[in-house]
Design a protein around this ligand. Structure first.
Ligand code: PGA
Length: 247
């Protein structure tokens, strides 16, 4: 993909208070050229979203939640509605991040319902998939990703804007990203899987992306962008990563 349209999505996880998010957006707004801001999306914790929304209102940055429920309103205490997200002005939402699958027991059925609800509200789901270390060792990487995606691909009508983020569990927060050839073969597999269901989408890679490896990984054919955790937390680091991709 042309480096001038390469996507940079920041997964802050449970980091950043409203004040910290405001400071961050102020800082990065000054650094990123306005024509490039639409390449960025920031995923913040729920309580931080209103501040993020307000602070990015005069920029072209995208923003969204890291999770939402599939119900729109009702007796779902503690959950967040896709309808409310839309009303707040969000553009995207992460779904099925491996840490949510593991810590909060999210399964494929729940994830599919969330994707469906987001699409109903014209929010762009970023669907996270990826195998763990043991599955890779056993040669089951493709099989696991297919399992995570098959129900979603078969049953849902996708607009072009849906993203799949391939994040091998063993690469997340480990300082050991997937090798470019591993990313290449997975993007090829996922794109074929989608095409066989008549779906078109964008492919992100995530898992220990940083300034040192960003250039090489961004040049893997078929990779449209990154989903970045740790290296997105500091605005200067994230800006440097963007410069690496552009260079
Ligand atoms: P990481 O996290 O960049 O810190 O590895 C990526 C993610 O979990 O989305």
């Amino acid at each position: 993909m042309d480096s001038s349209s390469f996507l940079l999505y920041a997964n802050w996880k449970m980091h950043k208070s409203p004040k910290e998010a405001r400071d961050y957006i102020r800082h990065i707004t000054q650094m990123v050229d306005s024509k490039d801001q639409k390449r960025f999306v920031f995923f913040a914790p729920a309580f931080t979203l209103p501040a993020l929304a307000e602070e990015s209102a005069s920029s072209s940055f995208g923003w969204g939640a890291q999770n939402c429920y599939f119900g729109v309103q009702g007796a779902f205490p503690g959950e967040n509605s896709p309808m409310v997200l839309k009303e707040m002005g969000a553009t995207h939402c992460l779904v099925g991040h491996s840490e949510r699958r593991k810590l909060f027991f999210e399964d494929e059925i729940l994830i599919r319902k969330k994707v469906q609800a987001l699409l109903q509200y014209s929010l762009r789901p970023v669907i996270c998939v990826g195998e763990n270390a043991e599955e890779r060792k056993k040669g089951l990487s493709f099989k696991m990703v297919e399992k995570q995606l098959s129900g979603i691909l078969k049953e849902l009508v996708f607009p072009d804007s849906v993203c799949i983020a391939y994040e091998p569990v063993w690469a997340i927060g480990s300082a050991q990203p997937a090798r470019p050839d591993q990313v290449f073969e997975m993007q090829k597999y996922v794109k074929q899987l989608c095409e066989s269901e008549g779906k078109k989408l964008c492919f992100l890679y995530g898992g220990s992306v940083n300034e040192k490896n960003a250039k090489e990984l961004s040049q893997v054919p078929g990779v449209d962008g990154f989903l970045v955790g740790g290296a997105s937390l500091d605005p200067q680091n994230f800006f440097n990563l963007y410069l690496c991709v552009n260079s």
